[in-house]
Ligand binder design. Sequence first.
Ligand code: CP
Ligand code: NVA
Length: 307
Amino acid sequence: MMAIKHFLQFKDFSRDEFDYVFERTAWIKNQFKSYQKYWPLSDRTLVMIFEKASTRTRLSFEAGMQQLGGSAIYLNTRDSQLGRGEPVEDAAQVISRMSDIVMIRTFEQEIIERFAANSRVPVINGLTNEYHPCQILADIYTYIEHRGDIQGKTVAWVGDANNMCNTWLQAAEVLDFKVHVSTPPGYEIQPELVGKIDPARFKIFADPMDACRGADLVTTDVWTSMGFEAENEERIKAFADWCVDGDMMRVADPQAVFMHCLPAHRGEEVTAEVIDGPQSVVWDEAENRLHVQKALMEYLLLGRIQG
Ligand code: CP
Ligand code: NVA
């Protein structure tokens, strides 16, 4: 049996595969915007498993699959046997015999790796504690749309070294750009989660202003990610100086864009001036989840479309 292609971490794909997916994204987005029917996945079924809350991920995968002619089924921990202790390996065997592709949002990356190892169909990471590869796919596509190729550019990451930060670092290695990271003490990068990365591709800064200086893209995320709510009080104190504000955007490159995966907390990780300001591309970024994931599902199910 041929090995099944999954998208569990950003580094699962090569640069060449991302170039292809971005090319397909542009085409699929254009078809959608011009109301052209495109149903390459008719009769295909996506199962979406959510162990954490979601607005964008659920909506973009469900709408995306329907727009490609297929159907999507939503399962959550509360209403399925997953929440009652059914082994993830058993769930993978059953779910993957009844569907064509699976998307999972869960806690530890290990859960999705175990699911994929027992799945007969491709598995997509819709967010784990460690990674959020679909979001970075959308973010990079959005950067390309607004400013062109990301190769050689500098991304400033301000805040928690969380699933988004780890994925930006993996993406820098695959797509050859730099990441400037500034995290509060105690919330630093865990190198084992990032994996192999050329030291020239990232730099750590104590002061977030220094991380933003000259950056082409400034980005941040919530101070408390899902699953870490018990730490909320102490995080609010620790992260107070890691709020992306107008001063940080002013030291970035004049052409810099601001991104946030959303949901955002104005007055915490970003000011309203920045997220609602002229450099912010957050709505395009959110919309592009739909388009990149359609191209991703097409690629995982049909491979490269000829011609
Ligand atoms: N950015 C993102 O993944 O949003 P949701 O949590 O709403 O899916
Ligand atoms: N880092 C955030 C992203 C939410 C889309 C979280 O994991 O909660």
